[in-house]
Design a binder for this molecule. Structure first.
Ligand SMILES: Nc1nc2c(c(=O)[nH]1)N[C@H]1C(S)=C(S)[C@@H](COP(=O)(O)OP(=O)(O)OC[C@H]3O[C@@H](n4cnc5c(=O)[nH]c(N)nc54)[C@H](O)[C@@H]3O)O[C@H]1N2
Ligand SMILES: Nc1nc2c(c(=O)[nH]1)N[C@H]1C(S)=C(S)[C@@H](COP(=O)(O)OP(=O)(O)OC[C@H]3O[C@@H](n4cnc5c(=O)[nH]c(N)nc54)[C@H](O)[C@@H]3O)O[C@H]1N2
Ligand code: SF4
Ligand SMILES: [Mo]
Length: 737
């Protein structure tokens, strides 16, 4: 059977061979017209998570230090009763929820989680965005009027690629867009004469293939990009018509660049001024070009300004909505309009007093929201498809806070680090076991495309999709789903009808929504979709050629124009210009860099047997000159420490990182427990985010300095016994916001 992989947005088409409801083999679906070209070992081994020896296959309830299997009736009744008692005593905000990255790859999970949370009326919502793509949402809202107006890459027509803070050779061309085989296609363009510039403090696999690699100082992309904008405006290389007719704010932008000094900016990002001038002029004068900014830009407290200036570069050089630049893909569903209907609540967080970004509060605020007494304190929490102790800052503080909850419910396949203190472990359904129509991402594909993600095998009998868990809880708690008691009553009525008539198909299923979406979908290039057509095309359908000229009509700003210089971004840029470049605090001379592996998916595939043949561990990569000063050699056991924590791991001496940057891989060090038995936890590598403090954060995206935390490094032999790492506190000085 044919479906597509839902681990990452590359969305590779896969062929799944099944026998007796077991996956025998997963290979690339070469007949998928859009999306098989990034197919990797994570997809090939996806069934290993399905048959994980520690998979939770029934609800598990904590009893003392152990877990025992329970029925769903018991689980739902107990969770609902405890939550209702908490809400009665302290109000709706006593219930909190966090969702992680995989929740977005299900067509029903987040809709029903939010419907349930809306019904409860809690504002205590936390999401992966503050440690991932919030900067993009903030910028898209400010410039284009919608947080999900995301321009896609027109790779096959591009002559000049400026890739900032991304390593597509490893991560696939992959951040809130689906451009399958994007990196291979960029390399093909390079063979045809295109130029690739990679900006990264690390000489990555992508940088190895680039025409130019700029080893920027971490967290200082904003200075590099502002300098490029300045060169372009000063030299009069801007696309006049686009700056004047399609956009507002060019004059404000010019006033900002007038106050900036090129030599100062060059010093900040540590890239020679002449090199910046060369790249800026090449970018502006290339026949076609695109700037891409990704997690290497966003995971810093300067990230939103960096992200913004990447978009500014595209707009002022006329790259928006033109061949080889960044397009707007209308898709078959008007997701922007739908998203516009669901307004982010106007809520300030209780402890830090910050607004929500893209519908959620920042992960860094979660520990204090759980531990600080007073009305609105979180006492019960659901962790839905996430591992925030590993993926977010200061995991130790979050772990301690989670331990204090009256109720922690985890919905996942196995019990990982963040689920350590769970009172209930609820078994989830894997994408190989689930149907999905990812209609809300239809305008993130780099060509008009639709595919129904059919399930390959049936889930274990007691595993439930998340939507069903949230609906069951809503029914038990009498929660008005989507804020409407009618909806809850309707769903209850369909279930009664199904039971009475013994026709399970009469009970509400999210597929009804999918069918409605297809029925209401808009024509793409003259194609009108139908459910039957969709089912008859298991490899997916490309719905005609890429269109240009759809960007301006899609804009949701009040005046229908692109806002080049939103006040909040200009103000933050001025603040950064007025702040001296941060310098290392005493004893912590290194910046903690970041890396992903082709065979890891954030924190959750590292323990699977088919992956990581070369070794299942994380290392600290140190530049030879730094290592020589420290007296450290490859294979030495070292400690990397910060005021937040310390980790021990092996050193690897390599000249890939720039001097002063120590790379520790993201996503390792998450334990997989054995809730059904008493076997020791499985763990590989260390959690580098234990070194990252939850503050300061970027005031706009609320993202902490995940990739620019100051750390110290020493041989383990130099660590004094009994030393208290928490004594090494310092203020972050000019980094404080
Ligand atoms: N230092 C540093 N930190 C980072 C990053 C970085 O580059 N460096 N990257 C950031 C980014 S980009 C991201 S996206 C985040 C990821 O942050 P998270 O999403 O919080 O963490 P993941 O490691 O993706 O964990 C996902 C969990 O969901 C489970 N899961 C998978 N599929 C399903 C499903 O269908 N249903 C349910 N219920 N569970 C499922 C997995 O078993 C796993 O336990 O980490 C961020 N943190
Ligand atoms: N194999 C694999 N693929 C994945 C994932 C995975 O975990 N594994 N995760 C998926 C997810 S959730 C996401 S969000 C995407 C992310 O996709 P990308 O954003 O491309 O992620 P990375 O590969 O981590 O590349 C980020 C790069 O930024 C660099 N960097 C760090 N700090 C800075 C800085 O200050 N400036 C600049 N210019 N660069 C910097 C890092 O060295 C790194 O090479 O990948 C997706 N694809
Ligand atoms: S994990 Fe691998 S196979 Fe799956 S979508 Fe991403 S790149 Fe494709
Ligand atoms: Mo991500």
């Amino acid at each position: 059977m044919f479906t597509f992989c839902r681990y990452c947005l590359a969305s590779c088409g896969v062929e799944v061979t099944v026998a007796d409801n077991r996956v025998v083999k997963i290979s690339a679906d070469k007949d998928n017209p859009h999306s098989w070209r990034d197919f990797c070992a994570k997809g090939r081994n996806a069934h290993q998570l399905v048959s994980h020896p520690r998979r939770i296959v029934a609800p598990m309830k904590r009893v003392g230090d152990r877990y025992i299997e329970a029925t769903w009736d018991e689980a739902i009744a107990d969770i609902a009763a405890r939550m209702m008692a908490l809400i009665d005593a302290d109000g709706p905000d006593t219930i909190g929820a966090y969702y992680g990255n995989p929740a977005g790859f299900s067509s029903s999970n987040l809709i029903f989680m939010n419907a349930w949370l809306d019904g409860i009326g809690t504002a205590n919502r936390y999401a992966v965005g503050s440690v991932d793509q919030n900067a993009l949402h903030v910028v898209a809202e400010a410039m284009y009027g919608s947080p999900i107006m995301v321009p896609v890459s027109d790779i096959d027509n591009c002559d000049y690629f400026l890739l900032v803070g991304t390593n597509p050779a490893v991560s696939a061309w992959n951040w809130v867009e689906t451009a399958p085989g994007g990196w291979q296609r960029a390399l093909q363009r390079q063979r045809e004469g295109a130029t690739i510039v990679v900006v990264d403090p690390l000489r990555t696999e992508s940088a190895d293939r680039a025409d130019t690699h700029l080893a920027v100082r971490p967290g200082q992309d904003w200075a590099l990009l502002l300098a490029m904008v300045k060169v372009i405006l000063d030299d009069g290389l801007e696309h006049t018509a686009d700056c004047v007719d399609r956009a507002t704010g060019c004059e404000e932008l010019r006033r900002l660049t007038d106050t900036a000094d090129l030599d100062d900016l060059a010093t900040r990002c540590d890239i020679p001024r002449a090199e910046i001038e060369r790249i800026a002029r090449e970018f502006a004068t290339a026949r076609s070009a695109m700037a891409i900014t990704r997690t290497g830009v966003s995971l810093h407290i300067t990230g939103t300004v960096g992200e913004w200036l990447g978009h500014v570069l595209n707009v002022i050089t006329g790259r928006m909505d033109r061949p080889g630049g960044r397009r707007f893909e209308p898709g078959y569903l008007d997701a922007l309009r739908l998203a516009g209907l669901a307004k982010t609540p106007d809520h300030l967080s209780r402890v830090a007093g910050r607004p929500m970004v893209a519908g959620a509060h920042a992960l860094s605020e979660l520990p204090a929201e759980i531990t600080t007494p007073g009305p609105g304190r979180i006492r019960a929490m659901v962790i839905n498809a996430g591992n925030p102790v590993v993926s977010g800052p200061d995991g130790a503080a979050l772990d301690e806070a989670l331990a204090q909850l009256d109720l922690l419910v985890a919905i996942d396949f196995v019990q990982r680090e963040s689920h350590r203190h769970a009172h209930w472990l609820l078994p989830a359904v894997h994408w190989l076991e689930r149907d999905d129509l990812l209609a809300l991402t239809s305008n993130m594909h780099d060509e008009p495309y639709v595919q129904f993600g059919a399930r390959a095998v049936a889930p274990p009998p007691e595993a439930h999709e998340e939507w069903r868990i949230f609906v069951d809880l809503a029914l038990a708690m009498r929660t008005p789903l989507f804020g409407s008691a009618m909806v809850t009553r309707f769903i209850a009525a369909t279930r009664t009808l199904a039971r009475v008539t013994r026709r399970p198909a009469l009970a509400f299923q999210p597929k009804w929504i999918d069918r409605l979406i297809i029925a209401m979908s808009r024509k793409v290039n003259g194609h009108k979709l139908s459910w039957r057509k969709l089912q008859r095309h298991p490899h997916g359908m490309v719905l005609g050629p890429r269109e240009y000229g759809r960007f301006d009509a899609a804009l949701r700003t009040s005046d229908g124009r692109i806002h080049l210089a939103p006040d909040s971004l200009v103000a933050r840029a001025r603040e950064l210009l007025d702040t001296p470049t941060p310098t290392a605090p005493p004893g912590h001379p290194f910046l903690l860099g970041n890396r992903r592996h082709r065979h890891s998916m954030n924190s959750y595939l590292n323990d699977l047997p088919g992956l990581h043949p070369g070794g299942r561990r994380s290392v600290a990569v140190i530049h030879p000159d730094d290592a020589a000063e420290l007296g450290i050699a490859t294979g030495d056991r070292i400690q990397v420490f910060s005021p937040a924590g310390a980790v021990e791991l092996d050193a690897e001496i390599d000249d890939r990182p720039r001097r002063g940057v120590v790379i520790v891989d993201h996503g390792w060090g998450s334990r997989v427990f054995d809730p059904a038995g008493s076997a020791p936890a499985i763990v590989h590598g260390v959690n580098r985010n234990l070194l990252v403090t939850g503050s300061p954060v970027d005031p706009l995206s609320q993202t902490p300095a995940l990739s620019s935390t100051y750390v110290g490094v020493r041989p383990v032999s130099a660590v004094t016994e009994g030393e208290d790492r928490r004594e090494q506190t310092f203020t972050l000085g000019s980094y404080e916001v």
